[in-house]
Design a protein around this ligand. Structure first.
Ligand code: ZN
Length: 290
């Protein structure tokens, strides 16, 4: 059994255990994927030769995580724009962009207006053996002048007060919505960071974040000062998967709110994110074994 094949099979097995029945709808990817999964289910124990790769390199699996959903609307704009809707629309646009090149497989942690706990999002990416995890959000600030995108990676000590406050807001979703307590919040961040640094995931995540920042800047996406920040986001706590959380703009800022609802701007963001993923994997070919 090839390594790739075994990985696929394990992913499916882990997926079946972790997601249980009926999760297929929310855990949405391209239709190809579900066919593949069904094939795998039938052929467990008697693997068929891998048929997935059409290009020379194995397609990387990118998991896109549109924040919030269902009972949890996320940030709200002055004009009533809901973060959960904006980020899902943009995640779908990024998915289309990534699939168009034929270089990636793409899964969304949610593809409808449903609530999914933060830990479940991480678990899904892990079970699927994602090569990359990108969480998409839009922020809000008391000062409506504040605008621009920002990119976050996991950090144990949130020395930056703004970043810490943001992580608290994003993490709060679980506590408020599903009745889970933050104390029950998992993933001891310190432990995760140790595991991440052992595997090099911390550095890979930073490289990913810096790539996104550079690509956004090149593509004229407005950015916050000191754009790459670090904080204790529950959703970034997979030890194995390089991960970043992107705040695409501020719904509390009238210009950002408007832009985030404009199709053209949504597509620009999607293209910039696709270019970031391309650049990230392009550079990693030289430094990592496939
Ligand atoms: Zn958010």
């Amino acid at each position: 059994m090839s390594l790739f094949r075994r990985r696929e099979l394990l992913a499916v097995l882990a997926g079946l255990t972790a997601f249980g029945a009926g999760m297929g709808e929310a855990w949405a990817g391209p239709s190809k994927k579900s066919t593949k999964r069904q094939q795998n289910r039938k052929s467990i124990g008697k693997p068929t030769p891998p048929t997935l790769p059409t290009t020379r390199a194995k397609p990387k699996l990118v998991v896109l995580d549109p924040g919030h959903g269902g009972k949890d609307p996320g940030a709200l704009g002055a004009r009533g724009t809901q973060e959960k809707k904006i980020v899902l629309t943009i995640a779908r646009a990024v998915q289309r962009e990534l699939l168009a090149g034929g270089r990636y497989r793409v899964l969304l942690t949610r593809n409808s207006d449903t609530y999914i706990a933060l830990r479940e999002r991480v678990a899904r990416a892990q079970a699927a053996k994602a090569d990359l995890f990108l969480s998409l959000h839009a922020d809000s600030h008391d000062n409506s002048d504040v605008r621009g995108a920002s990119v976050y990676t996991l950090s144990e000590d949130a020395s930056d007060r703004e970043a810490a406050a943001l992580a608290a807001r994003e993490n709060r979703a679980d506590a408020v919505v599903s009745g889970m307590r933050l104390a029950d919040k998992p993933d001891n961040v310190a432990q995760t960071l140790v595991a991440m640094s052992q595997r090099g995931t911390v550095n890979e995540s930073r490289r990913l974040a810096e790539t996104i920042v550079a690509t956004f800047a090149r593509n004229g996406v407005r950015l916050l000062p000191r754009t790459h920040r670090q904080a204790g986001f529950a959703v970034l706590t997979s030890a194995e998967i390089p991960a970043a959380l992107v705040e695409l703009g501020y719904l509390s800022n009238p210009q950002d709110e408007k832009l985030l609802t404009v199709r053209q701007h949504q597509l620009s963001l999607a293209r910039a994110l696709r270019a970031s993923v391309d650049a990230y994997f392009g550079a990693s070919v030289a430094t990592r074994k496939a």
